[in-house]
Design a protein around this ligand. Structure first.
Ligand code: G4P
Length: 525
């Protein structure tokens, strides 16, 4: 197969959801279709368990296990599918945001009884920012669900994207009869009992009397009526609009019962994008360029202090990545080659000789890489679109052992490179502030500093609301602002100015008083 065909047959995507909507279950069913796993439960055992919320060591241990499933590659109908796993745990949301930067598209799972939930909204914001094409899977139709039309309205409103249903449920809960596949114009009837790979019964013509052999005439009439309504409201899917991220195709089903999944998957491989061009600060990189380029979107550290190695996950953006070939690590300017790059096929990690655009390669890292680093064959490129997001929680970090200040500084630096949390240096007093998404990360940092770097830290409370990156065309106003707010000005890891707002009110006032400044909750805008 030629280079271009290899690119065109790749689909690299992430599945995201609010915890418990069914992301893990859906992932598992997709893997079953691809023959990548053979038993249900294989992915589940890697899931961060809900009961472990207060036990971060247990969570880290489980995260360690999940390295193997960080990327799940498999073949389905001649298509090479790479699913990028995202941690379901809310405290690791930043990990999820970063993983989304390596996805060419996204499937959002929504619980049909709960509708759009808080985490879904946040994740969608990231997709919107990057104009990532999204598909929606409305799950758990085998349970009492909200009205499907209401769900569609809610998605449009809450996720700020037009929807286009490509399958339609017949009833829900005990009355769930199946889904009509609008995309392929066929009917699949639900057989409860949770078979792994249901065949379904296909009925091409909805007006055929055969329909009432399987669902009663009331259900059949209601289905015909609803579909007519749908045809009136939603035009046929325009793939371009999906790829432009202005329309989200929607599917209904039950992941647990493996129902409605095949419809989703078949449509997905048909219309989801193959690796897309990527912007760098210098130019646009096309996937079919001859020369290899890629960027690091995730770093996973080994928690075992005896093996303090890390895996850097690199998304191949163009060319072919090859084992034992020298590549430029753009930030350091050094050439580096990798003798044991790994790829993740099925549930196995194995050493590979080459990887194509869209693929994810795991590189053994001894502390060279930072999130966002670029690798090339020599060109000095810097990939865009790997932003930092404002943390939710902030604390001053202090040295608790004066003999170990060097170790502490090194430990903080390396943990920040890994993306465990974000460091801000207050420009007024020079103190270090750590910002995180969840409370758990403070515990993780304290533990890891002590056990991996022999450094003891102490936390001091600080009342902050958000970190805001500032954009302006009026540099004089910015200087004026910085002078007035000097106590709240900080630098992020790249030396960019950040305003640490201590309340929404303060932020609002700042915005009113400084009309030409734009405050962003992300570092790229
Ligand atoms: P997540 O990764 O999004 O957090 O969700 P996950 O797949 O773990 O699913 C959350 C719970 O919802 C699980 O139950 C799972 O079995 C259930 N679930 C997923 N899809 C469906 C569905 O289509 N129908 C129904 N009825 N339930 C579904 P649990 O009790 O939390 O876990 P478990 O003990 O079953 O493993």
């Amino acid at each position: 197969m030629g280079f271009k065909e290899e690119i065109l047959r790749r689909r690299t995507f992430g599945i995201v959801s609010h915890p418990d909507a069914g992301k893990t279950t859906l992932t598992e069913k997709l893997l079953l279709f691809g023959g990548a796993i053979h038993i249900a439960g294989a992915v589940k055992s890697n899931k961060i368990k809900k009961t472990a919320t207060s036990d971060f060591m247990e969570i880290e241990r489980q995260r360690g296990i999940s390295v193997a499933t960080s990327v799940m590659g498999f073949e389905y109908n001649g298509v090479k599918i790479n699913i990028l796993d995202t941690p379901g745990h809310q405290d690791f949301a930043e990990d999820t945001f970063r993983t989304l930067t390596a996805c060419d598209s996204v499937i959002i799972v929504i619980d049909s009884a709960k509708g759009v939930e808080s985490q879904t909204r946040k994740l969608m914001q990231v997709c919107r920012m990057r104009k990532t094409p999204v598909m929606v899977f409305i799950n758990k139709l085998d349970r009492p669900a909200q009205d499907p039309f209401d769900l569609l309205d809610e998605i449009e409103k809450e996720l700020e994207i037009k929807v286009n249903p490509l399958s339609w449920p017949i009833g829900s809960g005990d009355m769930f009869r199946g889904v009509y596949n609008i995309y392929k114009e066929s009917l699949f009837l639900f057989q409860s009992g949770g078979q792994e790979l249901p065949e379904g019964i296909e009925i091409k013509n909805l007006n055929s009397p055969e329909l009432t052999e399987f669902i009663n005439s009331k259900e059949a009439d209601s289905l015909r009526e609803q579909l007519e309504l749908i045809r009136g409201v939603y035009p046929a899917l325009n793939r371009r609009e999906y790829l432009d991220a202005t329309v989200a195709p929607v599917f209904f089903g039950s992941a647990l019962n493996n129902f409605g999944i095949k419809e989703l998957l078949d449509c997905f491989i048909d219309i989801a994008p193959s690796p897309l061009p990527r912007e760098t600060e210098e130019r646009t990189v096309m996937p079919d360029e001859d020369k290899f380029t890629g960027f690091v979107f995730k770093i996973h550290a080994n928690m075992d202090p005896n093996h303090r190695d890390r895996i850097a996950f690199v998304k191949v953006c163009s060319g072919i990545f090859k084992r034992n070939v020298n590549y430029l690590h753009v930030r350091s300017g050094k050439m580096q080659k990798f003798s044991t790059p790994t790829a993740f096929m099925a549930s196995k990690k194995s050493i590979i000789d080459e990887a194509y655009p869209g693929d994810i390669v795991g590189l053994h890292d001894t502390g060279t890489f930072k999130i966002g680093d670029t690798l090339t064959e020599g060109e000095k490129l810097h990939f865009k679109g790997i932003p930092s997001f404002s943390p939710e929680l902030f604390k001053y970090i202090e040295n608790a052992d004066p003999m170990k200040s060097k170790q502490l500084a090194k430990g903080i630096d390396q943990l920040m490179d890994e993306g465990v949390a974000q460091l801000f240096i207050n420009q007024f007093n020079g103190r270090k502030i750590i910002g995180t998404v969840g409370a758990l990360q403070f515990e993780v940092i304290e533990y890891r500093l002590l056990h991996e770097y022999g450094a003891a830290c102490r936390w001091e409370a600080i009342n902050l609301y958000k970190a805001c990156w500032i954009d302006t065309t009026d540099s004089k106003e910015l200087e004026d602002f910085k002078k007035h707010k000097s106590q709240y000005m900080a630098k992020d890891k790249h030396g960019r100015d950040v305003f640490l707002a201590d309340s929404p009110y303060i932020l609002q006032m700042a915005q009113e008083n400084y009309k030409h400044l734009i405050f962003h909750f992300t570092s790229e805008f």
